[in-house]
Design a protein around this ligand. Structure first.
Ligand code: CMX
Length: 440
């Protein structure tokens, strides 16, 4: 598949010149002031990363190379007219910056199918982990164990020139993405289907093959997974999974290490694990109320109690967004179109009505609106993927598309090792002119 690589290089090398020019001609321009509050709230809003694949706007949400989710659903190639776009097309768009033709996407599907072979030792590593370990533990260990295959690492050891780092990174990235559905499905079938594994079907697309290997064969599930893999793929560079991948990659760690680092971040409950937490939280509520059809009042009371207990309501809030997440809306529209009266989805819709005012009342939550994780679990559950401890792995498979496309760009730009400055608390007091600074 030299075509995609060549096309990428042709397009992206122009950006490398622009990167160099910006650094040389405008490197001393001041672009932002940083407040102490920004430091104390996780560097929110501090421009400090270069990420071309997507940009998040607080009110309109994510744009992938300038395209919103509704635009992607309209413009990216799909397998059939009433289907969802293929994630391969989004990867092409994020990497190259152009909406692909249908043939580009089908060729990419085939390329990934030829790269999808997973070495036996990766399955052995998974098999050595207790079955009751979290699926994300198994997934991250499997990714790390594949680093034995890193072409980048071998090339680095042989002393390849730094201007060629992107090339072997690209090869690792393509191999890694191609293998992820097989690895994810293996973990799923091992844990929930007594090790009855299903071989990949090389004629299927990337997301369709994931559904197939998980044992979910209907066209409806494949359609959902294509949408799922598109909307979770990227959320600009500052989120924990993208930033961790970039940060570890900036030390020239191989792409397997870098992406595994991103997955360890995704596994946290404030990030990707929230998609399981939403379902866990709803089921705990139903169990406690002893009903599968709670009233609005019961849901409100349960939500308020969660806050009173000092816990978060999962699926709500965001570090950047200040409106309902368009990824939530895309799934809600999907459910409206294809799902008729599902109890869990009805609860999710009720939560959408009642939770934002409750969060607003606290006076501290900056964004009371639902994020992507508020909907995703209920849809998967409806279509028969009921094993919710697995949901973060699905998020992780999708997230590979964005963070690894960015990693190839990082290496082509030759981005340096990332190294922000840290200071003792006392220093910030001094900067603030606070004379009553404590000794700590
Ligand atoms: N429930 C209860 N409290 C919440 C809340 C929620 N859903 N969202 C924010 N808050 C609280 C924060 O915990 C914080 O409280 P303290 O001041 O007592 O520490 C306060 O409101 C201010 O937080 P914020 O500035 O609005 O939000 P942050 O940028 O710090 O955090 C996020 C963003 C997503 C971690 C937070 O909204 C949250 O914990 N949400 C629930 C978990 C979740 O759904 N995560 C998934 C996000 C999407 C993803 O990455 O997949």
């Amino acid at each position: 598949m030299e075509y995609i690589k060549n096309r990428f290089y042709q397009k992206a090398s122009k950006c490398v010149n622009e990167y160099q020019r910006l650094k040389n001609e405008h490197g001393d321009k001041v672009i932002a002031n940083v407040t102490i509050e920004q430091v104390m709230t996780g560097m929110k809003g501090v421009p400090s990363l270069i990420t071309d694949t997507s940009k998040l706007d607080p009110t309109t949400g994510i744009r992938f190379r300038g395209y919103t989710i509704p635009e992607l659903r309209e413009k990216l190639p799909r397998l059939n007219p009433d289907g969802e776009p293929l994630p391969e097309g989004l990867f092409y768009l994020m990497l190259i910056g152009e909406i692909p033709e249908r043939d580009d996407v089908l060729n990419l599907s085939k390329d990934w199918a030829t790269r999808a072979y997973v070495p036996q030792h990766v399955f052995d590593v998974i098999d050595a982990i207790p079955k009751n370990a979290r699926p994300m533990t198994q997934f991250s260990a499997a990714i790390l164990s594949m680093a034995t295959d890193s072409i980048f690492q071998k090339a680095y050891r042989t002393g390849v020139h730094k201007k060629h780092y992107w090339d072997t990174t690209y090869e690792d990235v393509m191999n890694l993405i191609a293998r992820l559905p097989r690895i994810a499905a293996y973990i799923y079938r091992r844990q929930f289907f007594n090790d009855h594994h299903i071989e990949p079907d090389p004629r299927l697309d990337w997301a369709g093959n994931l559904a197939h290997m998980m044992g979910h064969e209907s066209d409806e599930i494949k359609r959902l997974l294509r949408l799922y893999m598109v909307i979770h793929a990227d959320h600009e560079g500052g989120n924990v999974s993208a930033h961790a991948t970039h940060l570890v990659g900036s030390a020239l760690s191989n792409p397997y290490y870098a992406y595994a680092a991103g997955m360890l971040g995704l596994a946290g409950p404030l990030h990707g694990y929230a998609n399981q937490e939403v379902i866990n939280w709803i089921f705990s509520m139903l169990q406690e109320l002893d009903t599968d059809n709670p009233t609005e009042e019961q849901i409100i009371a349960y939500s308020k109690r969660t806050l009173a207990e000092g816990r978060v309501i999962p699926g709500y809030g965001h570090a950047v967004l200040r409106q309902t997440d368009p990824r939530f809306t895309a799934q809600q529209e999907f459910a409206k179109k294809y799902v008729k009266d599902d109890k869990l989805i009805n609860i999710v819709n009720t939560l959408h009505r009642v939770v934002p005012p409750i969060l607003e009342e606290t006076g501290k939550v900056k964004n009371p609106w639902p994020n992507v994780d508020a909907y995703s679990g209920s849809l998967l559950y409806h279509y028969g993927i009921k094993e919710h401890s697995f949901y973060t792995v699905m998020f992780g498979v999708s997230r590979a598309l964005g963070v690894l496309a960015s990693l190839v760009m990082d290496r082509l730009y030759g981005l340096p090792i990332e190294r922000p400055s840290s200071y003792p608390l006392k220093w910030y007091h001094e900067q603030a002119g606070d004379k009553s600074a404590p000794g700590c």
